[in-house]
Design a protein. Structure first.
Length: 449
């Protein structure tokens, strides 16, 4: 999970609030202290921490509660809003004019994750129907050319580069023209990361951008830098008025909270975050949603977006059914396939704001398992598929024979089914529990009903 440590501490601070008796000034002070500690551990700048906690303190005991909102709910909302505010408040998407060549140049110091991010962004936009291509203007690091070329080829994304050209400006110009000729709508330009510090980085950024006039320059910052990310973001923001930020490596970094808040403080919009080494580990950055997830508030809309991104069809009803655990074997198969497309199930659970530890064998659903299950299920009757309880010993034998498998395999399938059913039920309970204490005005399950 992204910023797992911070999320856990904030979540337990809120839990204490919910478990406490009466809510008074002392309790709020304690909550504020817990939040302070959590943020400082996540390397959030001390001044920002003070700003955050002051705001929470001031608003938490505000006398005017909106109608129908309890004090506890109000406090959760205050914490949520405050965190979102300090993460940049509004989501700022990348604007792409369809049908035109939109050039986006990525810059950043050595190893910050530019090339990887280009690969991820290209896939992200390609999936959304935008003709995307990548250009290598990194003439510095040996291997940079083939790294990007391979990433692009793996995802069927048009690539342009020239290993023999040593002039970055020429590479950028030529690449841009080539992509325009091919009718590419989003052209992602990869630059070299020879720079160890901001000044020389900005110098190169200026000379390339003068030549190709990108529509946007994205600064890629390594999230493991923590609050140090702020100085890079600030220098960059000052040097360009078309700048946005991507923070990478937020997976597994304890300091990500510091990087995000420090970058957001410079008012350069953070547009994406990198959450892993895989090519789908990128998310558009939405401060409100992100803060909600940190606090353990679920966001089913986020899940639905993720589902759409995976190019599969699932609607809110299906998501609800999944939550209620009302499913048959046929449903299970469909869910397994969908979850697989969406990526690791753990991630999906995370989007739902659930911290449910999955049994390993549920988490690791392998392709051949799925295929085997399908074969087995094709030997079942509709009645059996709808009501797996019918599957007693003699039927198991018949099904195993019919599908050319072993009764053990059929039992495996049922075991998987029962586990998933149990899990879905548990999830459903968690959700219902949360819904009971629903907070008006906050995105959540209530909002979509
Ligand atoms: N865990 C994790 N690793 C990442 C992420 N983004 C990039 N990386 C890793 O960071 C390393 C450097 O990534 P690159 O994309 O090559 O970085 P770069 O900025 O292009 O590097 P140079 O071209 O040498 O300046 C690689 O090992 C990537 O797999 C991320 O979001 N999470
Ligand atoms: Mg690179």
């Amino acid at each position: 999970m992204v910023l797992e440590g911070l999320g856990k501490s904030l979540n337990s601070a809120l839990k204490r609030l919910f478990n406490a008796g009466a809510i008074d000034e002392d309790l709020v002070k304690e909550l504020v202290k817990d939040i302070q500690r959590a943020l400082l551990v996540a390397d959030v700048d001390v001044n920002l921490v003070m700003g955050i906690t002051k705001r929470v303190e001031k608003q938490a005991l505000d006398e005017n509660l909106p109608r129908g909102v309890s004090r506890r709910e109000h406090i959760v909302k205050v914490v949520w809003d405050t965190l979102a505010y300090f993460l940049g408040e509004k989501a700022v998407p990348l604007t792409i004019n369809p049908g035109k060549p939109n050039l986006v140049m990525l810059v950043g110091i050595q190893g910050s994750g530019k090339t990887t991010t280009i690969g991820k962004l290209a896939r992200y936009y390609q999936k959304r129907g935008i003709k995307t291509g990548v250009v290598c203007a990194d003439n510095f690091r040996p291997g940079a050319y083939s790294q990007l070329k391979q990433l692009a080829e793996r995802s069927n994304i048009p690539f342009w580069g020239d290993e023999n050209q040593k002039d970055a400006v020429k590479l950028a110009k030529k690449g841009f023209n080539e992509m325009k000729k091919r009718g590419i709508e989003l052209i992602l330009l990869d630059t070299s990361g020879r720079h160890r510090e901001e000044t020389s980085l900005i110098k190169e950024m200026k000379s390339i951008s003068k030549a190709v006039k990108p529509q946007e320059i994205m600064l890629v910052i390594d999230g493991t830098l923590g609050q140090q990310a702020g100085s890079q973001a600030a220098a960059f923001k000052q040097a360009t008025n078309i700048g946005s930020i991507v923070i990478t490596k937020l997976d597994g970094s304890a300091k990500g909270g510091g990087a995000l808040s420090a970058a957001a403080a410079t008012q350069a919009p953070i547009k994406f975050i990198g959450t892993g080494e895989g090519m789908d580990a990128i998310e558009p950055f939405n401060p409100t949603k992100f803060a909600g997830r940190l606090l353990g508030m679920s966001d089913i809309k986020g899940l639905i977006e993720k589902v759409q991104e995976a190019q599969i069809e699932i609607d809110e009803d299906a998501a609800m059914r999944l939550m209620k655990g009302q499913f048959t074997l046929t449903d299970m198969m469909a869910q397994l396939k969908q979850l697989k497309k969406m990526g690791p199930i753990g991630k999906v659970m995370e989007m739902l704001g659930l911290q449910y530890k999955l049994p390993d064998d549920v988490a690791e659903i392998q392709e051949d398992n799925l295929n085997r299950f399908e074969v087995i299920m094709s030997s079942m009757t509709k009645e059996e598929l709808d009501n797996p309880k019918l599957l007693k010993s003699s039927r198991l034998k018949r099904i195993a024979m019919g599908s050319g498998t072993d009764t053990r395999d059929v039992r495996d399938l049922l075991k998987q089914y029962n586990q998933m059913k149990k899990m879905m039920k548990a999830m459903g309970k968690q959700r219902r529990g949360r819904r009971g204490g629903g907070i008006p005005g906050l995105p959540g399950l209530d909002g979509i009903r």
